[in-house]
Design a protein around this ligand. Structure first.
Ligand code: KG4
Ligand code: ZN
Length: 311
């Protein structure tokens, strides 16, 4: 029960019960705990609207609506991918200088659900210029890791194995679509190539796993960096912003750092490693940016989860 039986509280409780009617356990916890939580000193609540799996998005959205109702705060819907882009704005060291990104910028977004290149003419002005036709890069990392019997999430596991590789790699995997005249990606064929390789060589020992992990990682990085640098040249970008879980990959970071160092007037921005994978801070930053534009005290009435939300 919400505290004090005022008219407003009874109304709020009714609203919250409706918002969380499909999540009875969450509703029970909410009503039980909320009175013990002090309202934080915040001006608004930011919440992910999409893209992603809708049932999961709905839970977060309804919970945020309930909180915003209870604390009487505005609710700001955020695009998850914008969160990844803006995550680069939070410096590792709070004392470091304000980050000033020059435009146009190209953003490479690589996560478990997305692999896309976005042209950014100014903050919040996005144009998707290419994306994967099938699997996302992170998804390919996860699937190949499963084939190698590595635990989930597979990206960090493959990366750890690949970093121990030494010598000449006996395996050669394809770089799908690397030379196509566009900014599209494809990782499904690469994943299948690993499957066929494993079928041919049988159960791999540790050394073979390391070599496959390294060759797979190289194939993904070659494609990502090649197409990204192509986009940078075509659109005369002054900044490259990399975000999404796969941007935590050290070899990808090193490759892009090397590529960018060869260009004049091009600056590379990565989130700090802890902000590369999904986190609430990046959603907060994106909410902050959106709130500069308009802050509506009321919860947008038709706010729905959008699995396919694009930038
Ligand atoms: O952005 P994210 O945390 O969640 C989604 O929005 O999907 O990205 C998760 C993906 C997973 O596929 C995970 O395997 C991959 O990021 N990932 C990595 C690394 N760390 C996380 N992939 C390659 N190397 C890494 N170090
Ligand atoms: Zn993500």
């Amino acid at each position: 029960m919400l505290k004090k039986n005022t008219k407003k509280n009874t109304l709020d409780q009714k609203r919250i019960e409706i918002l969380l009617e499909r999540e009875p356990e969450l509703l029970e916890q909410f009503l039980k705990e909320i009175n013990n939580i002090q309202k934080p000193k915040i001006d608004a609540i930011a919440v992910t609207q999409g893209p992603g799996l809708e049932p999961a998005l709905w839970v977060g959205l309804n919970f945020a609506k309930a909180l915003a109702t209870y604390w009487n705060l505005p609710l700001i819907p955020v695009n998850h991918m914008e969160g990844h882009i803006l995550s680069v704005l939070l410096p590792e060291n709070a004392k470091s200088k304000k980050i000033q990104v020059k435009f146009p910028a190209v953003s490479l977004l690589v996560s478990g659900g997305h692999t896309e290149l976005v042209l950014i003419k100014d903050w919040m002005k996005y144009k998707k210029i290419g994306e994967t036709r099938d699997d996302a890069a992170g998804e390919a990392f996860d699937k190949v890791a499963r084939m190698l019997e590595l635990p989930y999430p597979g990206g960090p596991q493959i990366s750890k194995l690949a970093a121990t590789f030494q010598g000449e790699n006996p395996y050669k995997l394809p770089r799908p679509m690397i030379h196509t005249n566009d900014f599209a990606f494809s990782f499904s064929g690469l994943k299948t190539a690993v499957l066929y390789l494993l079928r041919d060589i049988g159960k791999p020992d540790e050394k073979m796993k390391i070599a496959i992990a390294k060759e797979f990682e190289d194939a993904v990085i070659d494609t990502l960096s090649y197409k990204t640098m192509r986009a940078i040249k075509k659109f005369k970008a002054k900044s490259l912003i990399v975000g999404g879980g796969v941007s935590a990959n050290r070899a990808l970071r090193a490759r892009l750092e090397n590529e960018v160092s060869k260009e004049k007037d091009l600056t590379l921005y990565f989130p700090t490693p802890s902000l590369s994978t999904d986190n609430s801070i990046m959603i907060g930053i994106a909410g902050y940016f959106r709130a500069q534009k308009k802050l509506n005290k009321k919860i947008p009435p038709n706010l729905t989860a959008q699995g396919n939300l694009t930038l």
